[in-house]
Write a protein that binds this ligand. Structure first.
Ligand SMILES: [Ca+2]
Length: 360
């Protein structure tokens, strides 16, 4: 610590001077350090604060009321943790079987069964109105938030603004900020309800704000589109989403089958479509192997889980092999890809379908 040595020893009380001198220097250094760290912090926040000012101006120009802007954006905080979670989003390398067993646990099945019974009346009303069976509505909220029992930790505007400020998907999340402001401005939801996952998804069915604006429904007519509480609005919003993406109530979503072991490799790799894919699956075509009718799959040796022949139906189906060791797979239909509109992942749609079947 040579720099703390006093420059001069020409004083009457050299010891005292030395001590004072060193105290002054240390104090000055501490102050400099403090000031510079405050300065750094202010700079880091300043960019976010400036960005918020511009965002508020744009919201105002879009016709969002000043009240809503103040309510939503006056104490927004940048959350580093949200950006970290966003970066960590990884694809699982689990087999379909393992993935499904994790998400469709015995507990989740029994909770789903209880839910179906408890809310039978409201669910039946909605199922009737939209042509989407209650078990799929319940299965979606079961997979999304364990029937609304997950605590959504983040304040929505912290999440959306952080991710809109972050460079990776700025444009996408900026739109979601404006959608969320509109939800408040229209009075569909309350500010204190607007808590979300780290990705900015809302309520029991985990709608992004723009999805909410497009698909959430005020089924009970009270002016709110309440996707936060069990009830008609929640069920109708999920059913409306599936219905608008073409849910076909006359069809199943998939059928579990036995796949001959010798043919598994062929079925996994063949790319030529034998028949055209189901309509709703066209957009995911490159992720599927061949499509065949049930009749053609039967000719290829696939069987029901009982060992019996497949129904002789002219319906296009694609095969997903869920458990190669056990020779199990799923023949999936049109409605499978409607479930994928909720989350474009085979594993996700399989989990929802399997949960729906098990809770029935
Ligand atoms: Ca309502």
């Amino acid at each position: 610590m040579a720099f703390l040595q006093p420059p001069s020893k020409a004083n009457i009380s050299a010891g005292l001077t030395k001590e004072m001198d060193s105290f002054v220097k240390r104090t000055v250094m501490l102050l400099v350090l403090l000031l510079s760290s405050v300065g750094l912090q202010a700079d880091g926040n300043q960019e976010f604060e400036d960005w918020l000012v511009a965002l508020r101006a744009e919201a105002s120009a879009k016709g969002i009321s000043q009240n809503t802007i103040d309510l939503a954006l006056s104490d927004v905080q940048y959350k580093k943790r949200v950006v970290k979670s966003d970066r960590k989003q990884a694809e699982f390398v689990e087999s379909y079987h393992d993935y499904i067993e994790k998400r469709v646990s015995a507990q989740r099945v029994s909770m789903g069964q209880a839910y179906l019974v408890k809310h039978a009346e409201a669910l039946a009303k909605v199922a009737d109105a939209y042509g989407v069976p209650a078990r799929f509505i319940v299965a979606i909220i079961g997979v999304e938030t364990n029937y609304g029992s997950y605590k959504l930790q983040h304040r929505l505007f912290d999440v959306l603004c952080t991710l809109a400020f972050d460079k990776r998907r700025a444009a996408y999340f900026r739109k979601e900020v404006f959608a969320a402001l509109e939800i408040l401005d229209q009075g569909y939801g309350e500010h204190e309800q607007l808590r979300s996952s780290w990705a900015g998804a809302l309520g029991t069915p985990q709608f992004m704000p723009s999805t909410y604006l497009q698909y959430a429904v005020d089924f009970d007519g009270d002016g709110k589109k309440d996707i936060w509480r069990d009830g008609l609005d929640l069920y109708a919003s999920v059913a409306n989403y599936l219905s608008r993406y073409g849910w076909n109530e006359r069809q199943a979503w998939a059928r579990k089958v036995i796949v001959p072991p010798a043919k598994q490799a062929q079925f996994k790799s063949e790319k030529a479509d034998v028949v055209a894919p189901a309509k709703s699956c066209e957009r995911y075509a490159k992720h599927f192997a061949a499509w065949r009718t049930l009749e053609q799959w039967d000719k290829q040796g696939l069987r029901r889980m009982t060992g019996a022949h497949l129904p002789n139906v002219d319906m296009p189906a694609a095969l997903l092999i869920s458990n190669p060791e056990l020779s199990h797979g799923y023949l999936v239909y049109h409605n499978f890809c409607v479930l994928m509109r909720y989350n474009p992942s085979f594993k996700y749609a399989l989990s929802v379908g399997v949960l729906a079947d098990r809770i029935q």
